[in-house]
Design a protein around this ligand. Structure first.
Ligand code: FMN
Length: 357
């Protein structure tokens, strides 16, 4: 029987287990967005996971949505991340960089006055974002002109190239959560009338162009995609998530990417199970599933074959040795929600392992 501890071939990589660390923004990189010693510690502490994804990482100097997130757009960022990947590899781990553009979730106060961009000029409603001048409502973004889109694809290609130089094992394209790629994917936001809007294939075009750009750098066996077709975060919605997932899964399947990750909120909900099953039907490669999993529900999901690996977010915040804890069925540390974003090592790289316990 397949368990969380059954090794798994994922593209070009062999994972020793199926317990994967979710991308988690922790905003410890400061205003330079350059990884530091604290981040080297944090990621290397979690190296026993089958695979780690980094926090979402800026593909461009004007792609900031959170104070202190990591970047991958200059030689200094490459050098900073190289220290992280070296430390993870020294402990026998594997790590993908999550490459990301925030789209309409950015703010001009975080981007030297640049107006956020999106598929359409629709703001995130009824919410605020945090800038160096305090909390501010989201701004109305500028709709990208058709002829500008290749430049944004190129940002992702350069980020993928930088990730390669920084020694990562691959990249995960962030197509979830209402950021730039998702602003194109879902029709609750995308009101375009050009080749990037309207039909499902048109809305998926930007994601697939970015995917092809990343494949041109890495080869398909080192490129992954994360989507969240049902997650409403950042004021997102879609009228036909089933059709969207069918098309995206089929197109990614043709490209033979390393894995597709379905990010849900609570995998026990029937609608979420149905969308995962659609991805399974149309994507024959490795399928990863995320969303409120425990050890037990992760075990039963891989045992029944609904997904090949389980992606854990909050459990990984507080448990650097999640793999060892699951193996021993040991209790988990609880997340300190006051220390999620920014600040120092407390609530970040100081969660105890069982051994230190
Ligand atoms: C503090 C925090 C930061 C997150 N940052 C990211 C991120 O950078 N990129 C991303 O795709 N998802 C991010 N997420 C979502 C998680 O990757 C994951 O999908 C979510 O926590 C659900 O998984 P869980 O139920 O196992 O926690 C974040 C979640 C949390 C709690």
């Amino acid at each position: 029987m397949t368990t969380l501890f059954t090794p798994l071939q994922v593209g070009d990589l062999r994972l020793p287990n199926r317990i994967v660390m979710s991308p988690l923004t922790r905003a410890r990189a400061g205003t330079t967005h350059i990884p530091n010693d604290m981040m080297v510690d944090y990621y290397s502490q979690r190296a026993s996971s089958g695979l780690m994804m980094t926090e979402c990482t800026m593909v461009d100097a004007h792609a900031c949505a959170f104070i202190g997130e990591g970047g991958i757009y200059s030689p200094a960022h490459v050098a900073g991340w190289k220290r992280v990947t070296d430390a993870v590899h020294a402990k026998g781990g594997r790590i993908f960089l999550q490459i990301w553009h925030p789209g309409r979730a950015a703010h001009s106060l975080l981007n030297e006055g640049e107006q956020p961009v999106s598929s359409s000029a629709k703001a995130i409603r009824n919410d605020v974002t945090h800038t160096l001048e305090g909390a501010k409502p989201y701004e109305v973004p500028r709709s990208l002109r058709t002829e500008e889109i290749p430049r944004y694809v190129e940002m992702f290609r350069l980020a993928a190239k930088n990730a390669h130089q920084a020694g990562f094992d691959g990249v995960q394209i962030h197509g979830a959560h209402g950021y730039l790629i998702d602003n194109f994917l879902r029709d609750g936001v995308n009101e375009r009338t050009d080749a990037y809007g309207g039909s499902v294939p048109n809305r998926a075009r930007f994601l697939l162009e970015v995917t092809d750009a990343a494949i041109s750098v890495w080869g398909a066996g080192r490129v992954a995609v994360r989507i969240s077709p049902l997650v409403p975060f950042n004021d997102m919605a879609d009228s036909q998530p089933e059709a969207l997932v069918t098309h995206v899964a089929q197109e990614l399947n043709r490209r033979r990417i390393a894995f597709l990750e379905m990010r849900n909120e609570n995998h026990t909900l029937p609608l979420e199970q149905a969308i995962l099953a659609i991805a399974r039907r149309h994507f024959q490669g490795v399928l990863m599933s995320n969303g409120s999993y425990t050890r037990e529900s992760g075990e039963s999901t891989v045992a029944c074959g609904a997904a090949d690996a389980i992606v854990y977010g909050r459990p990984y915040i507080a448990n650097p040795d999640l793999v060892e804890r699951f193996a021993k069925q040991a209790p988990l540390n609880q997340v300190n929600y006051d220390r999620l974003y920014g600040g120092g090592p407390d609530g970040y790289s100081d969660y105890p392992t069982l051994a230190a316990g």
